[in-house]
Ligand binder design. Structure first.
Ligand code: GLU
Length: 512
């Protein structure tokens, strides 16, 4: 059997959309599953849309996801170069071959002439306003001009493009791996430009030539390219490559959270959540975008979330690591309909991964965040905090941000609780605790639990009356992880001090 060879072929035109990351992921999974090769090809023939830094962004994003490639601009490979701007001569050679064989032609029409053509067609109420098998006969091209004139125009340096000569009456029929059979008649297709006047190929020519030369067996890409597939198939035919044509799989669109329309950059700004893998710092209207990574998502959870945007295993199980996905992923189970981008679902996945995350990963994330915020946190403390907090957070920075009370005394208290619970016997229990703590150097969680129960008993009360207001005194908050553990981490001196501070503040709140 032929070796599976798939590719992700992004254009470095700015921040890499999450749909692109999903395309890369599905290609990667397909390659790994079939012991094939995954190629990263940079499609940068549209120089006007080139954006500095975009190529690095693409590679960094894939690396963060663990999506590794076997051939590409940085690692090389047998079928390089893998950046299209380094392959100009190759495309030119094939374009010329097509002109010679009569499947493509030179066109000299100016922008004004093209506009005039569309106007004429509009007035004549033509079905299509495009340059096609009918309208081409009225234009200035190597099909209507004499050979000498064509030669003379080219020799005199006149600008021209090379267009594909779309056959007038052919059926294009192909089986898409996701969408099943597709039928298109060439009368609905136009004579697309293959080579632009600047000598650069268009996406269509470069894409087909490269997929052929790089021996791509499966083209797995976004649904927005489905309308181009019939043209690509016609190009394979024209170039005599039909027998080795790749199979196609067009992936469903990613939709806005409400399902109305394609997910766009604007949705990121509108909803305030990330829709890109990494943070992006660009210019103009692409100035700045949040990234899943910087927002504190774990890469494994992001990948799991991404895999489910358009695919499901057909079982209840939703948790799949990259390795699991390599085993379980199947093109047959890719949905045809668009996938809604659901940020809450991304958070849900992250929570599941946080619960299971190896301690070292969380500890180093917490220490990194603490260092960034100038908070001192040693490893022993970080370990306990991570253990206590991992079930209670959505994203990594919350390890610190939702647990500030481990590092500093509360500046504010949940007043509702204070107003309700700050009375006797809570007050006497507090002073009893202060005197007990004053005599101790340190205390373990279990020890403090015993002490706390004794003090409650002595004051003829119970946990229901005191526990919550005690938590507010120590942490400022009404809820949180095991309070006994928090006391252990803070130490007797600090807890005693916090109770004393709280008593003053609580009396004030109660008197207000
Ligand atoms: N360069 C195209 C893009 O930016 C690639 C489309 C394809 O995979 O054929 O998405």
């Amino acid at each position: 059997m032929k070796e599976v060879r798939v590719r992700f072929a992004p254009s470095p035109t700015g921040v890499l959309h999450i749909g692109g990351v999903r395309t890369a992921l599905y290609n990667y999974l397909y390659a790994r599953q079939n012991a094939g090769k995954f190629i990263l090809r940079i499609e940068d023939t549209d120089q006007t849309r080139f954006v500095e830094g975009a190529e690095e962004y693409i590679m960094d994003s894939l690396k963060w996801c663990g999506v590794t490639w076997d051939e590409g601009v940085d690692v090389g490979g047998e079928y390089g170069p893998y950046r299209q701007s380094d392959r100009k001569d190759i495309y030119k050679q094939y374009a010329m071959q097509m002109v010679e064989e009569g499947t493509a032609y030179y066109a000299f029409d100016t922008a004004e002439e093209l506009d005039a053509m569309r106007e004429r067609l509009k007035e004549a109420k033509a079905n299509s306003l495009n340059y096609n098998s009918i309208s081409r006969n009225t234009m200035k091209n190597s099909l209507t001009l004499s050979e000498e004139e064509v030669k003379q125009r080219i020799d005199s340096g006149e600008s021209y493009v090379i267009r594909f000569k779309m056959p007038a009456k052919e059926d294009v029929r192909f089986k898409d791996m996701v969408r099943d059979w597709i039928n298109v008649h060439t009368s609905t297709l136009d004579d697309k430009v293959l080579m632009k006047s600047d000598g650069m190929p268009t996406y269509h020519l470069a894409n087909v030539v490269d997929d052929h030369l790089m021996k791509i067996t499966h083209v797995i890409r976004g649904e927005e390219w489905l309308p181009s597939a019939p043209l690509h198939i016609m190009l394979y035919r024209a170039l005599g490559w039909e027998d080795s044509m790749p199979e196609f799989a067009h992936l469903p669109l990613l939709l806005k959270p409400d399902g109305n329309g394609k997910l766009s950059k604007r949705d990121a700004a509108k909803h305030g959540f990330p829709i890109f893998p990494l943070k992006w710092q660009g210019q103009g209207e692409d100035a700045e975008f949040k990234g899943f990574k910087e927002e504190g998502f774990m890469s494994a959870s992001f990948v799991n979330f991404l895999a489910f945007l358009g695919w499901n295993p057909g079982t209840e199980n939703e948790l799949f690591t990259l390795q699991d996905l390599v085993k379980e992923f199947s093109v047959e189970r890719i949905n045809k309909s668009g996938a809604k981008f659901d940020y809450q679902k991304a958070i849900w996945f992250n929570q599941q991964y946080l619960k299971e995350a190896p301690s070292e990963e969380l500890v180093s994330a917490l220490i990194k965040e603490a260092t960034a915020q100038g908070v001192e946190c040693d490893e022993a403390k970080a370990e306990i905090i991570c253990e206590l907090m991992k079930e209670r957070i959505e994203v990594l920075p919350q390890l610190l941000n939702n647990a500030k009370y481990f590092f500093e005394a509360p500046a504010q208290y949940v007043e509702k609780v204070v107003r309700k619970k700050w009375k006797e016997p809570a007050k006497s229990t507090f002073s009893d605790l202060v005197s007990e703590l004053a005599t101790m150097e340190s205390i373990k969680a279990e020890g403090f639990q015993t002490l706390f129960n004794e003090v409650l008993e002595r004051n003829e009360t119970h946990a229901g009356a005191v526990m919550q207001v005690f938590r507010v005194a120590v942490t400022g908050e009404a809820g949180g992880p095991d309070l006994m553990k928090i006391v252990e981490v803070l130490g007797t001196k600090e807890v005693k001090q916090r109770i004393e501070n709280a008593v003053v503040a609580f009396n004030q709140i109660a008197n207000d």
